[in-house]
Design a protein around this ligand. Sequence first.
Ligand code: ADP
Length: 219
Amino acid sequence: MNEAVIFEGFSYAYPKTEPVLNEIEFAVPRGSFTVITGPSGAGKSTICRAMAGIVPNYYGGRSAGRVLVDGEDTAGQRIADLTRFVGLVLDDYESQLVSLTVEEEVLFGLYNRGLAPAEALPAMRKALNEVGLTGKEKLRLDELSGGQRQRLAIASVLAYKPDVLVLDEAASALDPEGAESLYRMLDELRRDYNLTVIVVEHELTYVLPYATQMLVLVD
Ligand code: ADP
């Protein structure tokens, strides 16, 4: 299976709303850096949610067609099981942070998944190293810059070793230098671990140099 994610004629409507996605059809090659762009309200966040299985499994509503992740239909799968394949970093990633210190933040999710310290501690150190936060383990979250907190949110997701990392408008709160450095880091992760990176962006300047394919939602 050379595709990490496949949308097969996927349509979706939130409960009590008009359809948001109409027969969406695309494939994301494994190891690609895929940029999804388009106007506000086009359904980009909804596509991210569908890849993580929270649409429709958590939101409810009506869907047709299929979303395959690593060859498996997301329909009916538990969201917690899907996080092994797809890690989602939200645009308000600050709301994803729940702990007092950097190391607690990454360990929180790993312990929640039932990992013993012997597995969780090395996974935490590796994830922090991947995002350049080694040495910051004991810092409180309020001692980090905005860009560092975002890297921490990414590390917390990477710690589960997903095959696919999805970031929804991840650079919106960053200055140009922060955005450039975020995308450079994601591209390095992609190359080093054959990670599939999918980013939703409307400001394309900083991400385009790294994109291997682009999906444009027109309507
Ligand atoms: P984008 O990310 O491209 O801005 P979204 O996927 O956020 O687009 O939204 C697509 C459409 O779905 C919009 O019309 C939005 O109002 C609607 N929508 C988004 N989330 C919900 C929700 N939880 N319930 C109902 N409608 C929603």
